[in-house]
Design a protein around this ligand. Structure first.
Ligand SMILES: [Zn+2]
Ligand SMILES: [Zn+2]
Length: 273
């Protein structure tokens, strides 16, 4: 199973998960023409995607969902709360999932986990390949990491986790105090420091790739995020690759299962630019 981050940040998020014969997206926060261009970089035709799992209704996660699903025949998977906020999905094929549930699509067993964020029924997604049992976790747009989310990040091969802001840069940055409080609050976004704690707890011998996602362009830099999380990973003796995703560039493939590239080396840092 391979994972690609087609782009991640406040202007759009989309992640491709694929096996040799099955493909899904988690979120489609880009216009269809952008999705098509970025999927081509991963060598994937949009028509070959079976479903798009939508984590929540914020524009940066669902901007392209309705148009792309209509154009390419994708099934939409979401919670009822997310569906309710997206009237333009009317008439499209949809699977509604409770916030804590599971559903099988193609080669993928999908588990959904509730997260706290200022949206209607937002979720994190754990994807397990039914071919080889390899696991990828995708968790972003959440204010904190409670015990049940932390437990869901256990035994992953690939972890995509939000590292939205550096706490000092947020305080010194351009946002008014009310927005700073929203971002740093329990229903906002994870800081590099909190992401590093969560990542540290999820390290085990099978984890070969960690990808930092949803980096703020105003209150973070890829180097800052990599340095903060990398420091914790070195202490945990993580042996794999740590990559910062990018708003504008496709990064991947990150291989879950099979040959776990990088596991024999100490932590390697990579900028997704
Ligand atoms: Zn977002
Ligand atoms: Zn959001």
């Amino acid at each position: 199973m391979n994972l690609w981050v087609l782009g991640s940040g406040s202007s759009g998020n989309s992640i491709l998960v694929e096996t040799d014969r099955s493909r899904i997206l988690v979120d489609a926060g880009f216009a269809p023409r952008v999705l098509k261009r970025r999927l081509a970089i991963a060598g994937v035709a949009p028509e070959s995607i079976e479903a798009v799992v939508v984590t929540h209704e914020h524009t940066d996660h669902m901007k392209g969902v309705a148009a792309a699903a209509r154009k390419w025949g994708w099934t939409i998977v979401s919670t009822a709360g997310t569906r309710m906020m997206c009237p333009d999905w009317a008439g499209l094929r949809a699977i509604l999932t409770p916030r804590k549930s599971s559903v099988t699509i193609g080669d993928f067993f999908l588990e959904t986990v509730p997260v706290s964020h200022d949206a209607s029924e937002p979720i994190a997604v754990i994807v397990t390949s039914i071919l080889d049992g390899s696991r990828a976790g995708i968790v972003y747009d959440l204010g904190h990491v409670p015990e049940d989310v932390s437990r869901a990040l256990d035994k992953l091969d690939v972890l995509v986790i939000e590292a939205n802001h550096d706490e000092g840069m947020l305080r010194a940055g351009p946002y008014p105090p009310s927005l700073q409080r929203r971002i740093a609050g329990n229903f906002g976004h994870l800081s590099n420091r909190v992401a590093a704690q969560a990542v540290g707890q999820s390290v085990h011998s099978g984890l070969n790739n960690i990808v930092l996602a949803h980096l703020s362009e105003k209150c973070n830099t890829p180097r800052t995020a990599l340095a903060t999380v990398g420091e914790v990973l070195r202490k945990c003796r993580f042996r794999g690759r740590l990559t910062a995703s990018s708003q504008d560039n496709v990064v991947g493939p990150f291989c879950a299962g099979g040959s776990a590239a990088g596991v024999s080396a100490p932590v390697q840092l990579a900028l997704g630019i």
